[in-house]
Design a protein. Structure first.
Length: 173
């Protein structure tokens, strides 16, 4: 039996189109592996370990910047009503610039005591309030003086109320 010449042409075209599609697919796969930017979510830079199991360092409980602001910290015995991840997200909403530019971020579940002072009428007295301490370390500061090109970085201590999720206190040091 003799083959028809029309079938030979179609068979050759099919091989060509299949090879072309295979080449485009391999090129696309190579492009994805080599040139596709890797997007890292912000959450990945935070420890996913529950901070209630992590003890608060004694150096933080006796921190000079916090003590000079009148803040006293104690370790709680209960478990936090909101998770560490929720507290970190609430803190990032309250201070997005600090959250984005801090060199290191730590979170601790603490009891906050802060006496109301005459110069801080907008803060009420807080006594053993369960809070999440979000500590943004080495936050770069914009230059306020034309003569200075850079300001030294500062630390930001945010206290998120563990019962309501609201910002209880913010201390720059």
């Amino acid at each position: 039996m003799v083959r028809k010449p029309v079938l030979v042409r179609l068979e050759g075209r099919g091989r060509f189109i299949g090879g072309l599609l295979l080449g485009v697919g391999l090129f696309w796969l190579l492009w994805l592996f080599l040139f596709h930017p890797v997007s890292v979510p912000v959450i990945s830079r935070w420890s996913m370990v529950d901070a209630a199991t992590t003890p608060v360092p004694a150096s933080l409980l006796q921190s000079a910047p916090l003590m000079s602001a009148g803040v006293t910290l104690n370790t709680p015995n209960d478990t936090p009503p909101i998770s560490q991840l929720q507290a970190l997200q609430l803190a990032a909403q309250a201070e997005p610039a600090a959250a984005a530019s801090a060199k290191k971020i730590d979170a601790y579940y603490v009891l906050l005591t802060y006496p109301a002072a005459a110069n801080h009428q907008n803060h009420s007295s807080l006594t053993n309030l369960p809070t999440w301490l979000i500590w943004y370390q080495q936050v770069p500061q914009p230059s306020t003086n034309v003569a200075l090109t850079t300001q030294p970085p500062q630390d930001l201590y945010l206290f998120i109320n563990a019962q309501t999720g609201q910002l209880a206190l913010a201390v720059w040091a």
